[in-house]
Design a protein around this ligand. Structure first.
Ligand SMILES: C[S@@+](CC[C@H](N)C(=O)[O-])C[C@H]1O[C@@H](n2cnc3c(N)ncnc32)[C@H](O)[C@@H]1O
Length: 388
């Protein structure tokens, strides 16, 4: 396998991969994707790779930056596939892996020419400008011909960015049964409608989506719109996140820009449900601002604006670490461009091991104590965490 890693590393470092196909599943008869195709794409003028997961009746896409592809391919070769064909500028590389993980790498004359990358962000949108989508028309983002209104273009981009995030995590959701998704603090629910449209209509997944918010009038408006659109499995409820106990099992929790510790209340619910996926964009993190104290950091903390930004970042670092400790693999990603809002960090957590739980906990405690923080999420999840 080390030889294979070196080979993939060299190809990616040279930027010479034109296309790749990974096939022949290690265990036959599995209902997962049968092959994965890889091609380079350009997103915002930056080289990425698109992985297309081929299932029986559908194809799911995932875009990854160059830095993540080597690991992704190695994972697929180690756990799933026994054959690969990597077409590069200089050669076609054939990879054969035996049942006992013995790797053979064969080189053949190149069969493909590198294409000019023309795949820009606009063409890569999941919802396209020019194609009418009922919920976007109803929400006033596009007209009935499908043209996105100029003043709504930022919202349109945000919705698409969110759907890209959803697209990336779909493979972590359970298959073979309907799934349940809760959107905490759904507000006007642009993103909740987008989520429903993408999964229920575009992906034809059986699911129920519940949007919850404190605001009665907003929820009434969203319920009426769901009814008008015929979104039968999208329900909106009035309520406080911390009090919500109508469900015993939820597969995915979304919480976008819910205020201050409402995000933590949502994360706690997700952890206790053992949700497979969590997508959360925190907002106005006031809690830490009132707690953080450290003389070493006084040049930073003595400036209100810096303290505010630092507290927000530290809050997200703490949330991410706590999620890791409680059984998730957590990444922090850019949600939308900084120019549109400073609230642009998305916490993406999927079930899995992020490392040794006790070691993660030790790291966490050092950080927490350094800041003299008493985070809501830690207090709320005490029974799930190692003892201090
Ligand atoms: C800034 S809006 C975000 C709306 C939507 N998620 C989005 O990103 O477009 C925040 C929403 O969270 C709701 N919210 C805040 N705290 C809440 C709580 N404890 N329980 C339920 N909803 C809450 C507010 O009422 C508000 O509608």
């Amino acid at each position: 396998m080390e030889e294979l890693r070196k080979c993939i590393h060299a190809i990616l470092e040279a930027g010479s991969l034109i296309s790749g196909t990974l096939s022949q599943r290690r265990r036959a008869g599995e209902t997962e994707y049968a092959k994965v195709q890889i091609k380079p794409i350009e997103i915002k003028n930056v080289l990425h790779y698109q992985l297309a997961y081929h299932y029986d009746t559908k194809v799911m896409h995932e875009n990854v930056p160059v830095t993540e592809l080597e690991e992704k391919m190695m994972e697929l070769f180690q756990e799933t596939f026994r054959q690969g064909l990597l077409c590069t500028i200089g050669a076609d590389i054939q990879i054969l892996i035996s049942k006992k993980h013995k790797v053979s790498i064969l080189s053949h004359a190149p069969s493909k020419k590198a294409a000019v990358l023309s795949h820009n962000r606009q063409k890569n949108y999941i919802l396209e400008d020019g194609q009418p989508v009922a919920f976007l028309v109803e929400l006033g983002i596009m007209n009935v011909e499908g043209k996105v209104l100029a003043k709504k273009y930022d919202k349109f981009r945000q919705i698409n960015r969110f759907l890209e995030m959803v697209q990336d995590v779909v493979r972590h959701l359970p298959v073979g049964r309907p799934i349940t998704i809760v959107d905490f603090g759904c507000g006007k629910s642009y993103l909740t409608f987008a989520l429903y449209h993408y999964l229920a209509i575009q992906q034809e997944r059986k699911l129920q989506v519940i949007g919850l918010d404190l605001k009665k009038d907003v929820i009434e408006h969203c319920s009426a719109l769901a009814l008008k659109l015929g979104y039968a499995d999208l329900t909106f409820l009035v309520g406080d996140i911390a009090d919500y106990d109508a469900l015993s099992s939820v597969d995915m929790v979304v919480t976008l820009h819910a205020c201050d510790t409402a995000t933590d209340a949502a994360l706690e619910k997700a952890i206790r449900w053992d949700a497979s996926v969590i997508l959360s964009v925190p907002c106005c993190q006031h809690e830490m601002f009132t707690q953080v104290e450290n003389t070493v950091l006084s040049p930073l903390l003595s400036h209100g604006i810096l303290k505010e930004r630092f507290s927000a970042l530290a809050t997200d670092a703490i949330r991410a670490k706590l999620l890791d400790i409680m059984g998730y693999k957590t990444q922090l990603l850019e949600f939308i461009d900084m120019e549109h809002t400073p609230k642009n960090i998305l916490i993406r957590a999927v079930k899995g091991s992020a490392g040794d739980k006790n070691e993660l906990w030790r790291e966490y405690m050092v950080f927490r104590d350094f800041l003299q923080a008493r985070p809501y999420l830690e207090q709320a999840c005490q029974d799930l965490l190692p003892r201090s």
